[in-house]
Design a protein around this ligand. Sequence first.
Ligand code: AMP
Length: 287
Amino acid sequence: MPDLASSIPALVEIVKNARNSGRSIGFVPTMGALHAGHLKLMQEARRENDFVVVSIFVNPLQFDRKDDLDRYPRTLAADMDVCSTVPVDVVFTPSPAELYPQEQLAFVDVPDLTTHLCGAFRPGHFRGVATVVAKLFNIVRPDRAYFGEKDAQQLAVIRRMVDDLNMPVAIVGIPTVREQDGLALSSRNKHLNAEQRQLATLLPQMLKEARSRLDEGQRSASAIREAIESMLRKHAGVRLEYFEIVDPGTLKPVEHVEDPVLIAGAMWVGSTRLIDNMTWPGDQERN
Ligand code: AMP
């Protein structure tokens, strides 16, 4: 089993010992309920570093809905088993009081990257993410940190934060791990009943549909969006929150598509919100 540290001083001491013996530090921040997507990040961290730290922290600062925070799955015993298969060296499980012992007055904001996609619908979410990741980077002080491309906007925000604030850590993006039927693995998939689980595949299907339309030569993002919206309207039980085709660097919408783009969407299935994205041109092997 990996070491378990729930206090900042305990974690700092363990990582200091590793660093003092000349080992490189890889870090995978998570919110737990670990699945094969998280596992991929950890395996990559294991491959590239001498010492691997995983954090499990359901960060209140990034939740814009209390019900989502309250029902977020917490499965520490199973998570430790996943971590021990990698194996990970230490799992950091701070409490909210450990990370936020006083009112948080300092924040990290990357506003220009958060006006569209999830940022438009989840006020304060990316400020919460960037702030907790900055705190975790200062505690762990990793050489490399691993993030999933599934959360493409999050990855872009973290990369920009690290660049703009000269944080001494290399950010590694990992391709999305999917189920056989295309659904991206997510801790929130646990909330879906059998019927909703079926409907959830509409999300990757719509992204693929958009990608095939681009492959076929359609260039108008709004025409593609209309086709996708009418495809989803046929299904009661799902609600499209957004579908956007954006520039992968700026995350701003593109109307006439010529250069590579990110196709991203968020969809509600019952009371569960799912997100996904694909790039175009696509790598058929990956998605
Ligand atoms: P979370 O626990 O949801 O905060 O996710 C922790 C990290 O795992 C984030 O960097 C996510 O982007 C990444 N991740 C989540 N799901 C997947 C997936 N299906 N494939 C690859 N990475 C993922």
